[in-house]
Ligand binder design. Structure first.
Ligand code: PLP
Length: 407
């Protein structure tokens, strides 16, 4: 086989479909959030306003987080020195796990190198080790959950997105004696919609299933202490295993689960993606710990975040830009075509110094390509007004559809 021809042929097809991925090379600037410096093919760097970061609360450069990381590096150096089992468990990992368990009201927590690894490892381990296990998965679940479910080799049943009745129907048709796990998310990251956590858990438990909830786009941002939508909705105790990330609202890197002592000990003891990899550097654990503590004790961050998102949605709708319905801080703007979506993103950057990455298939279904805006507490009214004006210009230039302006 001509491997090179195969690879470049595939890439050519991606380009022809307008969904070849190009990365914006950014240089972040502490203290200037949401501004960053953009570097492109040897041209002089330009300052841009970032409107698509998952550093939802700007914690990635919060002084408490940066200081915690610097202090731990100076005290303990760079790497962890091993896997968790062989010399790589640091006091800071243990402290972070205790903090996360307390945040979610669970016995214990377990930290992984990323949220992706937390999902993949936990679901793979449960699916492979629970005898005859069946995994029930929401149709819109994230790639990391799908990977874990697939790799587990367990039977997989997909229920329609957020459809409690469909889940019930599937569960009712199964053998009551087989172990089951129902895996879903709280906030779906591309549409910004929210699942009925309590109802899904009730149905799952009626049929003897464990519940597994990905709160990656909710931790830090919902609930009184930022434990997520399950906390906000008062259903923390219905979620058997909650999964989260330290990389989005907490602004660092790493993922975790929180659950009963036995569940966590089981994954700790059997999960390959936990066992056979070097643990997070102590400085990362220190930064994440500082971030979780700060975010959970500052509810005004969550209030401001929601206010910013509401204002942006209102302003977009006011001028007729096709903002998609979203119940959360995620603000998707409908384009519906991969090439136009990329062009809109390029124009925002070239003409307006605004960076919004196009979101194309397979991240979202074909025909629903979009720009996904993520306002943070640090995006001011002027940033927002500039964004809306820039989008109006881009929409007009590309002849994209507007809606009747809402008043
Ligand atoms: C980003 C994401 C993850 C992975 O988290 P990382 O910490 O970035 O690896 C898991 N689930 C969902 C829904 C995500 O969007």
């Amino acid at each position: 086989m001509d491997y090179e021809a195969f690879f470049s042929g595939h890439l050519d097809r991606l380009r022809a479909e307008g969904r070849y991925r190009t990365f914006a090379e950014l240089e972040r600037i502490v203290g200037a959030f949401p501004r960053a410096r953009l570097h492109r093919d040897g041209r002089p760097p330009r300052d841009v306003t970032v409107w698509c970061s998952n550093d939802y609360l700007a914690m990635g450069q919060h002084p408490a987080v940066v200081e915690a990381m610097r202090g731990a590096i100076e005290a303990q150096g760079s790497g962890a020195g091993g896997t968790r089992n062989i010399s790589g468990t640091n006091r800071l990992h243990a402290e972070l796990e205790r903090e996360l368990a307390a945040l979610h009201g669970k016995d214990a927590a377990l930290v992984f190198t990323s949220g992706y690894v937390a999902n993949e490892t936990t679901l793979q381990t449960l699916g492979a080790m629970l005898p005859g296990c069946e995994l029930y998965s929401d149709a819109s679940n994230h790639a990391s959950m799908i990977a874990g479910i697939r790799h587990s080799g367990a039977a997989r049943r997909i229920f329609r997105h957020n459809d409690v009745d469909h889940l019930e129907e599937l569960l009712a048709g199964a053998d009551p004696a087989t172990p089951k796990v129902v895996a879903f998310e709280s906030v779906y990251s591309m549409d910004g919609d929210v699942s009925p956590i309590g109802e899904i858990c009730d149905v799952a438990h009626r049929h003897g299933a464990l519940t597994y909830l990905d709160e990656v786009h909710a931790v830090g941002m919902y609930g009184r202490r930022g434990a997520g939508v399950a906390e906000r909705d008062g259903v923390l105790d219905k979620v058997d295993i909650v999964q989260g990330t330290l990389a989005k609202a907490f602004g660092v890197i790493g993922g975790y689960i929180a659950a009963s002592a036995a569940t966590v000990d089981f994954v700790r003891s059997c999960g390959a993606g936990f066992i056979f990899t070097t643990s997070l550097p102590p400085a990362i654990a220190a930064a994440a710990l500082a971030s979780v503590r700060h975010v959970s004790s500052h509810p005004e961050l969550r209030v401001r975040h929601q206010e910013r998102a509401l204002r942006l949605k209102r302003e977009l709708a006011r001028v007729g830009l096709p903002v998609m319905p979203s119940a959360t801080h995620i603000v998707p703007l409908f384009v519906g075509d991969a090439t136009l979506c990329k062009q809109a993103s390029d124009l925002l950057l070239d003409r307006h110094e605004i960076y919004v990455q196009p979101i194309n298939y397979p991240t979202v279904p074909r025909g629903s390509e979009r720009l996904r805006l993520t306002p943070t507490p640090e995006h001011g009214d002027r940033d927002m007004d500039r964004l809306v004006a820039a989008l109006q210009d881009v929409w007009q230039t590309l002849g994209l559809g507007l809606r009747q302006a809402a008043e």
